[in-house]
Design a protein around this ligand. Structure first.
Ligand SMILES: [Zn+2]
Length: 137
């Protein structure tokens, strides 16, 4: 099948994308790519090593795992019952790092988009990705 993309095939693409690779970050990358965006990945020179960097738009995207980044009030953020304190410390330090990265990036004029993994689950992915695209239109 030809690999041609346009707006009409967006929802088709999304379902196809999901079947191919369910890694949340890949969903976002494939969508952006299919819509002609060019990006770099995991830029170590930027605070927080953003997952996706859209230099042209001076925008970075973080795709956050709900557990590792402590997504508040999220069902996927459940601190394990064993070594609970250790996990809490670990996740809290991740959150602090995230906040510091956001501050530093903002200071340098970057726009920051954070996408939580739970928003990329099958039931919500289309809406999440559509609203992401809208930010650039
Ligand atoms: Zn979540």
């Amino acid at each position: 099948m030809a690999d041609v993309h346009d707006k009409k095939t967006r929802s088709y693409n999304m379902s196809r994308i999901r079947g191919k690779d369910t890694k949340p970050e890949m969903l976002v990358r494939r969508l952006l790519h299919a819509h002609g965006f060019r990006y770099s990945l995991h830029n170590k020179k930027l605070p927080g090593k953003p997952d996706i960097v859209l230099s042209k738009y001076k925008t970075v995207i973080f795709v956050h795992g709900c557990f590792w980044h402590g997504h508040k009030n999220c069902k996927y953020y459940v601190v394990p019952k064993t070594r609970t304190r250790w996990w809490q410390k670990k996740i809290n330090s991740n959150k602090i790092n995230d906040q510091q990265a956001v501050k530093a990036l903002r200071k340098d004029g970057w726009k920051i988009i954070t996408i939580w993994e739970c928003r990329l689950k099958p039931a919500k992915a289309d809406a999440t990705l559509n609203s992401l695209l809208k930010k650039f239109s």
